[in-house]
Design a protein. Structure first.
Length: 532
């Protein structure tokens, strides 16, 4: 295997990593796939996709994520949401992981987190698995060969799935560990082959670093009108709410599907690729994403396939509901070349309501937007986290609590300021259940969701007649072309209106109870927008 250019003064030995077998720096996609096949890490699928299983971990392990508690971050980390680790325990973990690495081969990718050169983070990812190098090469941004010659990482991630942590010795919860040390600019990942931990670690870093620069880091997808980056939109939402699907609209230009920053210059993608769920993916509904599953270099995670023909089964969830494909942005024909957009005109908050109470779309005042952003109500969908087997209603503040190292009010204030500065219109979109709760109702028709979003983004929805929702106080359109009127009023979709009222009352109470934690930390207008 050959090596593209790498800074000769920035090798693993210079970072104190010694005694390993071979280090392969910045291999390109063909070489990474070749290495992964030779090492028995997976199979070459149709079209040159790489088929892999992540073993026991088919989703993230947020309860095993730790931040090292040092004086420099003591007062800025949201400790109620982030498990702490002592510096001494981290040092033992680091030393033991380096000892474990001796004699083994590793794959190194030097990459950028962030499309804006002035705000990007230079990250080195050291992986035990060749296909992890392929995955993170897709998901982060790839420097040019000339840039690699002078590349010096600001942060380094070391990922060793074969390393098992010792909770007693390393101060962690289990044998699986993700440990972030902001002082040493180092992240250690052990005992999980789920590749998403790599990209979410970089996201967590940016979520901590960028607010100090006045930049809003966001768990969102984004797109803009074709030929007009100034007409941008962002889509907040947890996994399973439709960020990837809804932002990949062929009538608009895709900026990115998961992680972005909002600066004074506009929005920019953190990543260079997409990580899409493939369960029930079809060529008819999502032709572009479906097509990536048979393109050279796409990573196919945890999908069932025919052992002889290698044909993928998009409906078989016997391994996990969280089956995914990872691919570079340029696999999508309408993807932006720059991954940059202007100030967003529309802010969409996607929620997957398993209670079947929320309407398919609602217009929010700025105060209501702040309220729903801090609330982050949705339903965790099966497989996205360890132990989630059915839609589970949850409040994940800022639509991304697992990745937020700072307190929610920090991100909420940033969003409030950005909306005030730009005058963006805010919408709440429910992609969850209608006609009843999970188990009784059905998922919101994607065709209706697309029609409503199209009307919101082209401005025509603002001209509709709106009613005030009696439970939440936001505005709901009464009629929208292409959408059944009944669908816009969720109470009418239930066969038992009394049961809907009881469910709505229950959800309002859950919102109120959850928001109590922010009551003394927010502005009066946001408190006034609180429901219940």
């Amino acid at each position: 295997m050959t090596e593209p250019r790498v800074n000769p003064n920035c090798r693993l030995e210079d970072q104190g990593i010694t005694g390993f077998g071979n280090a392969y720096y910045n291999l390109l996609e063909p070489a990474l796939i070749e290495a992964a096949i030779q090492r028995g890490e997976g199979r070459l699928g149709l079209g040159g996709a790489f088929l892999v299983s992540t073993g026991a971990h088919t989703g993230r392990s947020p309860k095993d994520k730790h931040v090292v508690r040092t004086p420099s971050v003591e007062k800025t980390i949201w400790w109620e949401n982030n498990r702490e680790m002592t510096p001494e325990a981290f040092d033992r973990l680091h030393a033991d992981m380096l000892a474990h690495m001796k004699g083994k081969d590793y794959f190194v990718q030097d990459l950028f987190g962030g499309a804006d050169p002035a705000l990007r983070l230079d990250v080195r990812v050291v992986t035990e698995l060749a296909w992890h190098g392929l995955f993170i090469r897709h998901l982060l941004r790839r420097p040019e060969a000339a840039e690699l010659a002078s590349f010096v990482p600001e942060f380094t991630i070391i990922n060793c799935p074969s390393f098992k942590a010792d909770p007693a010795r390393h101060g962690c919860r289990s044998e699986t560990v993700i440990a972030l040390n902001f002082d040493k600019k180092l992240i250690l990942i052990g005992n999980t082959a789920y590749a998403g931990e790599n990209k979410k670690s970089v996201f967590t870093l940016l979520n901590y670093l960028l607010p100090e620069k006045g930049v809003m880091p966001m768990h969102c997808s984004a797109n803009h009108a074709i030929g007009n980056p100034a007409d941008s939109a962002i889509f907040f939402g947890l996994s399973g709410t439709g960020k990837t699907t809804l932002s990949a609209d062929p009538s608009r230009t895709l900026i990115g599907d998961d992680e972005h920053g909002w600066s004074n210059n506009g929005i920019f993608n953190f990543e260079g690729g997409c990580y899409a769920k493939t369960i029930n993916l079809s060529a008819e509904a999502e032709p572009e994403i479906y097509a990536t599953c048979s393109k050279f270099g796409t990573v196919i995670e945890n999908m069932v396939y025919d052992p002889d023909t290698l044909v993928l089964d998009f409906e078989d969830n016997s391994i996990t509901d969280n089956m995914r494909c990872a691919y570079p942005l340029d696999f999508i024909s309408n993807a932006s070349d720059s991954s940059l957009g202007g100030q967003p005109k529309n802010v969409i908050m996607l929620t997957c309501d398993a209670y079947g109470v929320l309407p398919p779309i609602a217009r929010l005042t700025p105060a209501q937007a702040m309220y729903h952003f801090l609330s982050g109500f949705t339903s965790k969908t099966p497989g996205t986290e360890v132990g989630v087997t059915e839609p589970t209603p949850t409040f994940s503040t800022c639509f991304g609590a697992p990745f937020m190292p700072r307190r929610p009010e920090v991100y909420g204030k940033l969003l409030q300021d950005k909306i005030a500065q730009t005058g963006a219109t805010c919408w709440l979109v429910n992609t969850g259940w209608t006609g009843g709760a999970f188990g009784t109702g059905k998922r919101m028709p994607i065709r209706a969701t697309r029609a409503l979003l199209t009307a919101a983004l082209d401005g025509s929805l603002n001209n509709a007649t709106f009613r005030k929702d009696p439970n939440f106080g936001f505005e709901v359109p009464v009629s929208v072309p292409g959408v059944e009127d009944k669908l816009l009023d969720p109470r009418q979709t239930w066969t038992d209106a009394g049961a809907y009222d009881a469910q709505a009352k229950k959800l309002v109470g859950m919102f109120s109870d959850n928001f109590a934690q922010y009551a003394d930390k927010i502005d009066e207008d946001v408190r006034a927008a609180a429901i219940g």
